[in-house]
Design a binder for this molecule. Sequence first.
Ligand code: FES
Ligand SMILES: [Fe+2]
Length: 444
Amino acid sequence: MDDKPTSSKLGNAEFLEQYARTGADTLGGQVLRRFWHPVCLSKDLKDIPYPVRMLGEDLVAFRSPGGTTGLVSSRCAHRCASLEYAQVRPHGLMCSYHGWAYDNRGRCTDMPLEPADTPLRSEARISWYPTQEWGGVVWCYMGEDKENPPALPKIDILARTDGEIVLERGDIRAYNYLNFMENFADMGHIYVMHMLEPGKVPPEVEPYVNTTVDTEWRRITHRTFETDFGMKCVLVHNTADENLKYVNTWSIVLPAFYRFGGIAAGLPPDFTNDRRESGGMLRIIDDTHFEMFRFQLIRPGNFRAHFYPVATDKARGVSQGLRGTVELKDYDFRKYPAWEGLPQVEDYVLQESQGAFPDRSKEFLGTSDMGIIMLRRIYRIAMETVRAGKAPKLPAADENGVVWTDTFKGLIAPNDIGLSPANMPSSENGRGLIRDRDGNLAFA
Ligand code: FES
Ligand SMILES: [Fe+2]
């Protein structure tokens, strides 16, 4: 990327104002429109329309009886009735009010209350977006070039065949999606927020918990790397055994994929050789809302106990009574009383507490925020590129379109850790594992 100053350079204030925006008339939103986004799960599209707000636009997804999916504006061109109440027909959707019908390119195909040869039919149009189905998910591309969208990035966990994939959606949150993504570039918060309350390890995991890992932040090596898929954050801890380090890595793929390794329990950190790989992606609803799509790959032989209640695709928003594991005090009048004890609840509460659309110009970043700074730099370059009328860097994929993002969490011999961009955990073969300098799996 050419970093020379150009007329497209963004000032800091302008960057911070536009960075987290999602609308079509914003620079942030224009960057988002250069990427594919998850709409819903394939199984969500049955015989009725599926209302879905995407990047600030109210849309309806549907599946024709023939199996084709579509995504169109929810506003009927006739008198603005919502197509979420439309009828699914072989050609597309028929508005239930007066029968105007649309195909999956937003063209009007029928006006039953008008003369058969009405010229209105060729004029009435609603907006539409291309869709694809892959990995059990319906995806859309909301960029201007609908005829030539970029290749769909097949995010690795959903492409894996070496384990059981669990895919869930339905957790809708009322704050900006970058509050969440920036949390994934911020490994320091583990050692404060997630350690305020000692985690409770199920008894069957206890034999695998290695409490000799040194979790004092100032003795942890913390690095971030820009990668061909996005970026990666890495922590290397000392352990009581000088021949073993404990390594934890997180990956981010633009615009809103995240990936981590190990048992989902979070804290206390599990020090098993567990190969459960977890991550997710966000459906960006608008500036102040997103929906989480979580996925996990659970490989045979892994520890399979559930640490948390399992979300279901019926869930709408966070379940009532969201709280942690600590005692509920009768004088706790905070919005989320007794919030400590479960990492996912802790993340939720603090991310939401930053504000639905935080004024990031009021922040005061420190050295532990290096991941956030890197993420913003990647966004800034993407925004400047799009403003110059060019396509931003897309996540690199293999010849099958799969974006390998690899994560690693576990114990490793110090000499096997290659902490440089050229020696990052490889995405090829044995993905998810760290390779040594000779390209061999360092932790097979
Ligand atoms: S409002 Fe849709 S057909 Fe009349
Ligand atoms: Fe967290």
